[in-house]
Design a protein around this ligand. Structure first.
Ligand code: NAD
Length: 329
């Protein structure tokens, strides 16, 4: 069987080639992302495999089904890019990789916090130019600061564990108040209280209709002036235009983003020779207190190994008609 592997990146190939060794699976690596226009590239394949910014909307799914594709294997955890009711209607099974390395994402979250706080990105450039002045590099102790975690699932809890090690006070907001999070020292509070009390707000919930633009003009009014906001979850949790206003009026003192609402047109490619058309993104990237990375929080060798192994295991389970533990229902 052949897997149409959309949005293929060169760094993924060694991991997937290794995982398909000694199996009956072949991979057709396709650089283009999945959309209704590109679905045809999956011709002669039995399975489609996609990543976070592919568009498995109703039209793309219909096009895949017309090619007789019955399995959509997501090599990521989030599935907001898939029209699940349509997949069900068409008889396309959807599987995912629910966790590949929550440590990778939690540790990158901390990297964004510490870089914004201690300005190490600026210090690196200064020292290379023999500028050893400290003006503009002033930070704060993480110890004793209040961090509000929105979403305390796998990644949120590990982030909380690391922050507990710094001596931070931890507030949490989640529909499920897990005992595991409480054991780490998280106190669950209503969202408005978290926003009002936290020095740092970090987002670890999925993108759903309820969480879209969770950070918006209204919620930015509730935060402590000068708050640090970190988003390593999904871009659309933050209303970009509202964040720009919040940065301009200094309600937001620091913003760290690994994800961006319209990242599908930007991330995972080299656009350094092109004129970026997204004015919200470009404005955000001009603030001295904004740090953006291009959806790299997951990007560790451990995570890529787990992604490849779980994706191929999901496909093999489906081929063998075994129960699918990672099916998205
Ligand atoms: P998870 O499912 O283990 O945890 C998500 C938590 O969010 C759960 O506790 C859930 O109850 C909570 N939640 C759901 N809806 C909520 C709401 N409306 N308000 C508050 N909390 C809510 O997921 P995870 O593995 O911890 O991943 C979290 C997110 O991280 C994913 O959804 C994904 O978007 C993102 N992610 C990003 C990267 C990256 O590279 N940047 C990699 C992997 C995952």
């Amino acid at each position: 069987m052949t897997i149409a592997f959309f949005s293929a990146q060169t760094y993924e190939k060694p991991f997937f080639d290794l995982s398909t060794q000694n199996t009956n699976l072949k991979i057709k690596y396709i650089k283009a992302g999945l959309s209704v226009e590109t679905a045809i590239l999956a011709q002669d394949c039995e399975i489609a495999c996609i990543f976070v910014n592919d568009h498995a909307d109703a039209a793309a799914l219909k096009a895949l089904r017309e090619l007789d594709i019955k399995l959509l294997a997501l090599r990521c955890a989030g599935y907001n890019q898939v029209d699940l009711p349509k997949a069900k209607e068409l008889g396309i099974t959807v599987v995912r990789v629910p966790a590949y390395s929550p440590y990778a994402v939690a540790e990158h979250t901390i990297a964004l916090m510490l870089t914004l706080n201690r300005h190490t990105h600026k210090a690196y450039n200064r020292v290379r130019e023999s500028n050893f002045a400290l003006d503009g590099l002033l930070g704060f102790d993480m110890h004793g600061k209040t961090v509000g975690l929105i979403g305390l699932g796998k990644i949120g809890i590990i982030t909380a564990q690391i922050l507990a090690g710094f001596g931070c006070k931890l507030l949490g907001y989640d529909m499920l108040e897990s005992e595991e999070a409480k054991a780490v020292g998280v106190t669950f509070v209503p969202l408005d209280d978290l926003l009002a009390q936290a020095d740092i707000v970090t987002l670890h919930c999925p993108l759903t209709p309820q969480t879209k633009h969770l950070i918006n003009a209204q919620s930015i009014k509730l935060v402590k002036p000068g708050v640090m906001i970190i988003n390593t979850s999904r871009g659309a949790l933050i209303d970009g235009a509202a964040a720009i206003e919040g940065l301009k009026n200094k309600q937001i003192g620091y913003l760290g983003m690994d994800v961006y609402e319209e990242e599908g047109d930007l991330f995972f490619r080299d656009l350094s020779e092109q004129v970026i058309q997204d004015d919200v993104f470009m404005r955000l990237s001009t603030f001295p207190n904004v740090l953006i990375t291009g959806h790299q929080a997951f990007f560790t060798s451990n995570a890529l190994t787990n992604i490849a192994q779980t994706t191929i295991q999901n496909v093999q389970d489906w081929q063998a008609c075994y129960p699918l533990t990672n099916q998205v229902l």
